[in-house]
Design a protein around this ligand. Structure first.
Ligand SMILES: O=C(O)c1ccccc1N[C@@H]1O[C@H](COP(=O)(O)O)[C@@H](O)[C@H]1O
Length: 233
C-alpha cells in the first residue's frame, strides 16, 4: 500500500517529530534496521557509480520487505525514460528523488509520467545557490537540500560532505524540504537547530564502509534526530 507523503509539513514547533530518511539500502537486514529505527523513508539508489547502487530486482525485493508506513524512495540521477519506466513498473514506490542536473521542466515531466511525488535535490555551497530553490519549488513536491559536490566528484551526492547550514537560516520555504549532506548521529541535532529542518536524509553517516549500513549507527542517528528539543526562539 503506498505511503502518503505529507504534502505540507508545518514549520518546526517545539516537540515536533523530525522525519528521517535513510538512503542507500542494499540488503534485507538494512530494511529491517531502518524499519526498527522509526525512520519515515528508505532510499534505493539507481546510479551505477554509487557503492549503494542496486539492481531493479534487488530494489523490488527490498521494497517488498518494507513495512506499511515506511516510504520507499527511488534515487535517480538524470534518468532516461527507459530506466524511469522500468523502475516505476517493477518497484513499489512512494516517491522519486532526482539527484542530477534535471531541469525544472524535466522534473515536471517525470512527475507527470510516473504519477509519483518527486523530491528534487539542489546542491548548496553558497548563498547564490539558494536561487535555484524557487524554480524547483514550482514543480517538485519536495526539495532536498544537499552539499554541492566537488567539481570532479564521481557522485553528485552521498559524499558525506556538509555545507554551511547557516545559509538556510531564515529562508522562507514554499514547499516541504529535507536537509542532507554529511549528517551524522553527532551533528544532526545541531543541523536541525540551525536550519529548522523537520526532515533529514543521511547515507554515508550511517555506514561502516561505503555501501554498508550499520544498524547501531542508524539507531543512534534516528534517536539524535528525533529527540525532543527546546523551542526555537
Ligand atoms: O548515496 C549515494 O550513493 C548517492 C548517489 C548519487 C546521488 C546521491 C546519493 N545520495 C544522496 O546524497 C545525499 C547526501 O548523502 P550523505 O549523507 O552526505 O552521504 C543524500 O540525500 C543521499 O540520498
Amino acid at each position: 500500500m503506498p505511503v502518503l507523503v505529507d504534502p505540507a509539513p508545518s514549520a518546526p514547533k517545539a516537540g515536533a517529530t523530525v522525519r528521517v530518511k535513510i538512503c542507500g539500502l542494499t540488503r534485507p537486514e538494512d530494511v529491517a534496521a531502518v524499519a526498527a529505527s522509526g525512520a519515515a523513508y528508505m532510499g534505493l539508489v539507481f546510479f551505477p557509480k554509487s557503492p549503494r547502487n542496486i539492481s531493479i530486482d534487488t530494489a523490488r525485493a527490498l521494497a517488498l520487505e518494507a513495512p506499511p508506513g515506511l516510504a520507499k524512495v527511488a534515487l535517480l540521477v538524470n534518468p532516461g525514460d527507459a530506466l524511469l519506466d522500468a523502475v516505476h513498473d517493477q518497484v513499489p514506490l512512494d516517491m522519486i528523488q532526482l539527484h542530477g542536473q534535471e531541469t525544472p521542466a524535466r522534473v515536471a515531466e517525470i512527475r507527470a509520467r510516473t504519477g509519483l511525488p518527486v523530491m528534487k535535490a539542489v546542491g548548496i555551497a553558497d548563498a547564490e545557490d539558494l536561487a535555484q530553490l524557487d524554480a524547483y519549488a514550482k514543480v517538485a513536491d519536495q526539495l532536498l537540500v544537499d552539499a554541492k559536490p566537488p567539481k570532479h566528484a564521481d557522485l553528485p551526492g552521498g559524499n558525506g560532505l556538509a555545507f554551511d547550514w547557516r545559509l538556510l537560516a531564515g529562508y522562507r520555504w514554499s514547499k516541504p524540504w529535507m536537509l542532507a549532506g554529511g549528517l551524522t548521529p553527532e551533528n544532526v541535532a545541531e543541523a536541525i537547530r540551525l536550519t529548522g529542518a523537520t526532515q533529514v536524509d543521511v547515507s554515508s553517516g550511517v555506514e561502516s564502509a561505503p555501501g554498508r549500513k550499520a544498524p547501531d549507527t542508524i539507531r543512534a542517528f534516528v534517536s539524535a534526530a528525533t529527540a525532543p528539543r527546546p523551542p526555537r526562539l
